[in-house]
Design a protein. Sequence first.
Length: 344
Amino acid sequence: GSRSSQPGAAAGDGSAGGTVAHTPSTEDFSLSLLDTNLPAEAETELRSFIAKRLTKGALFEGMGNVASVGLSIPEGKVGCYYCSFQQESLLEMATLESDINAPEYVVCFLGGSEKEDTFRLELDKYIQNLKINLDLEQKNLEACVSPYLRSWFEDAICPIQRVVQLFQDKLASLLHAALSYTPVEVKNADERTEKDISRFLAAASLQGLVQEGTMTSLCIAMTEEQHKSMVIDCSGPQPQLHNAGSNRFCEDWMQAFVNGAEGGNPFLFRQILENFKLKAIQDINNLKRFIRQAEMNHYALFKCYLFLKNCGSGDILLKIVKVEHAEMPEARNVVTVLEEFMRE
């Protein structure tokens, strides 16, 4: 194999381990370790696992994968997130000078199970930031990488859990703001809390699940209603909310989060959040189906009204379908009638 003169890269915190690969154009390659906190035997096993994945060509630049891997550690089988990347600056040098090979790095994070897949996008972003840091700190690679890797769990996995613990029964208003794309302003918060709230709102929103045009129109509509911006004041031990909205749907789901807080498992919180979004999407699709039927059937119109009244989230669903059906005259008429009924 070919061994890079540049140190390789990567890994972890808690029971996190890491390996590093430099892969030239041939199939032969070698792995050298930059950093790990795994026992030697487990690290060798992890390295072997990554080597097999590299041989199969199963790693794509900047896109993480999650797999179950058995290691000689007390937990036995654990979930392993692994992702490869190359430094942009060294890649440019390699392109200019054909005899230089830009090293490829593989970062591995290990957790309790394959549930890390629920945080794959967050971890992909975390690796992207690591790549940026490496480009800025080329001279002192190890000093730059180690502290960053060791805080992966706190920084990428725990924000949702911290927000649940901070807001508790006020979480319903945060869920409501995320679903309705209400602008949120955070005041008097430290940098980490502000970032946590921002990440929670992004994770709880329907971005990517509802048509992009709908989301854009919703954002514009909600931003124009400036008096409805929600303000979160974090100057006290408990956040104070101003102009906060809520509904029965968000309050029910808030209860699921608060009940889950006893176990203190960040993966459970993320799963609850995914289920919350899934239910919201199901309700939107049901409402849209009823609206299509109501264009020709008055009884279906009444069913629409009952559904909006009983689902607990009628205020938000009506806004979303209103934006989506803005260009459809029959559906728009149905929505207008529903708005009048809901107001009364």
